[in-house]
Design a protein around this ligand. Structure first.
Ligand SMILES: Cc1ncc(C[n+]2csc(CCOP(=O)(O)OP(=O)(O)O)c2C)c(N)n1
Ligand SMILES: [Mg+2]
Length: 548
């Protein structure tokens, strides 16, 4: 005979799970005991939200679901933002929550909320486990659903009596490899014809282009066709070796310098675009033709309605598409002449010596310190636009940002997950003072896990992005400033190291010293956000869309 919780843990081991993130409650104690006797590490966090962000990031970076655990009611509901983050961001994740016994009810309705219902709109699947014997099947199904395209979160609720229920041992469901179908020949022929006809083609790489399985076929397509490309915010870094064709990142929806190329293109090959991202460009009646290439069909939106679709496993489908057009494209590089102008205008003021630093200078200095395979994980705030726009990436998934739910509070947990997965690569979280404080308690987790991690806090004493929008919309400056703790002492109180950068020339050496010494570092730096208005409003607003 075997207990439900032992079956659950055996099923997770069978899926290759090596860590579970979370905060157990009394309803999870059987599972905790089963974990104690397993090879799976229980990683305690100080808030369930952080556990969910970590599990989601595990899925994002490895393609295999991260797993997190929480108790019923309050614990489960603390997963909700993480669930939405994984759902919009297409990150595979499995959430397990406890529940009071379902076969008897000795505590009436104490702590009971309908978590299955609450999770339904935030997940691909939300199910209660009602018998121990069904656990191996349900866990296998949960992992399949989480990984299948489009990937996302799955929720399983394990009531405490089912966790403790003893049943005759149930075999695990065997795993087998699954190949994703490749795009249909006719779709490839149609797309090839459109590409061959194009006078000014452009490739766009979107969020799904960053999936771990996407990158090699994709880079080959760019190199073999020689068509210049730009990326969405979440599609950054996906073409190793193709940087001479990089035209920029669309951090805004229109009028940025990269839109000079977008507006002139007559064909955009949108690879892996997912409309959960803030639109990288706005399609209109007279705009370019668009071919959607992705794992799943396009969503039709007011701003995105492709003319053709190549649906299937992206890497192999692109190989077949490249076979059809390689060597026959005479106009592939038509837009390349714009490249230098776009990139040099983006780099404007990146070396300016003013204090406090401009966002451009901060991005520049961070790039200088981080090697090409180092990982920068952003929280959400004004600086995200600057990093998306200005930070050059050379390796997939080396700038982790969330342009989907765009939630504050995920920067530190996602960086922690990256540091756990890649202990030999430098990892930095960049957070606003607002977003950092939303999950700053996880500094304790990071210290306890002995991570090597540098957290850079941009200190403007405000919810800067909203304050900026308030000013852009001509509202008076009101209600968006706050005081901060002494970040150096705050770091030290967790057993981390703290530093405050006081002069421009100190930023790079302070960051370098932090990486060199290892451990968890918190580094606070002030920022001059007057550039937001000068560049993103005044400079760009004066530029009319150039669509012909
Ligand atoms: C959880 C959550 N709450 C609120 C928002 C809305 N919001 C977006 S950016 C922002 C301000 C961010 O402030 P901070 O982290 O200090 O970054 P800054 O813009 O000041 O650099 C707010 C409140 C959000 N995206 N997520
Ligand atoms: Mg701020």
């Amino acid at each position: 005979m075997i207990k439900g919780s032992d079956l659950l843990v055996a099923a997770l081991e069978h899926e290759g799970v090596d860590r579970i993130f979370g905060v157990p409650g009394e309803e999870n104690l059987d599972v905790v005991e089963s974990l104690r006797n397993s090879k799976i590490e229980l990683v305690l966090t100080r808030h369930e939200q952080a556990a969910a962000f970590m599990a989601a990031t595990h899925g994002r970076l490895t393609g295999k679901p991260g797993v997190c655990i929480a108790t019923l009611g309050p614990g489960a509901l603390n997963f909700s933002t993480g669930a939405a983050y994984a759902h919009l961001g297409a990150m595979p994740m499995v959430m397990i929550t406890g529940q009071k016994a379902i076969m008897s009810s000795r505590q009436a309705r104490f702590q009971i909320v309908d978590v299955i219902a609450a999770m339904k709109p935030l997940t691909k699947l939300s199910r209660q486990i009602v018998s121990a014997a069904s656990i191996p099947t349900l866990v296998r199904d949960a992992f399949r659903v989480a990984m299948e395209d489009r990937p996302g979160p799955v929720h399983l609720e394990l009531p405490e009596d089912i966790a403790g229920e003893k049943v005759a041992n149930v075999p695990m469901v065997p795993l087998h490899p699954i190949e994703i179908p490749v795009a249909h020949r006719e779709a490839l022929d149609r797309a090839a014809e459109m590409i061959l006809r194009a006078e000014r083609p452009l490739i766009m790489l979107g969020a799904a282009a960053s999936r771990p399985r996407s990158t090699s076929g994709l880079a080959g397509f760019v190199r073999r066709t020689g068509i210049p490309f730009f990326t969405t915010q979440m599609g950054k870094g996906t073409v190793p070796g193709g940087t001479n064709l990089y035209m920029g990142t669309a951090a805004l929806s229109e009028r940025d310098y990269v839109h000079d190329a977008i507006d002139r293109a007559d064909l955009i090959i949108a690879i892996g675009h997912d409309t959960i991202e803030k639109p990288p460009f706005i399609m209109g009646p007279h705009g370019p033709q668009v071919i959607h290439v992705s794992y799943t069909p396009a969503n039709v939106e007011q701003v995105y309605f492709p003319d053709a679709e190549v649906v299937g496993d992206v890497g192999p489908s692109l190989e077949l598409l490249a076979d059809r057009v390689e060597g026959k494209l005479r106009k592939a590089g038509a837009l390349l002449s714009l490249r230098e102008g776009i990139l040099s205008r983006i780099a404007d003021r990146a070396k300016e010596n003013r204090w406090p630093p401009t966002p451009q200078r901060l991005v520049h200095d961070v790039r200088q310190v981080i090697p090409s395979d180092g990982i920068v994980a952003l929280d959400n705030g004004m600086y995200k636009i600057w990093f998306a726009r200005n930070y050059r990436t050379f390796v997939a998934n080396t700038l982790l940002l969330d342009n989907a739910l765009a939630t504050m509070g995920a920067g530190l947990p996602s960086a922690m997950m990256a540091a756990m997965l890649y202990p030999n690569r430098p990892v930095m979280a960049v957070c606003g003072d607002g977003g950092f404080m939303m999950n700053s308690q996880e500094m304790e987790t990071a210290v306890r896990l002995r991570l090597n991690l540098v957290v850079l806090i941009l200190d403007d004493g405000a919810y800067g992005m909203i304050r900026w929008k308030q000013a852009v919309d001509a509202f008076p400056d009101f209600g968006l400033t706050f005081g901060n703790p002494d970040f150096v002492k705050y770091a030290e109180s967790y057993g981390a190291k703290g530093a405050r950068v006081e002069a421009m020339e100190d930023l790079v050496p302070t960051l370098e010293a932090a990486f060199k010494s290892g451990g968890v570092h918190l580094i606070a730096v002030p920022i001059d956000y007057s550039e937001n208005t000068r560049v993103l409003v005044e400079e760009l607003r004066s530029r009319m869309p150039t669509a012909s």
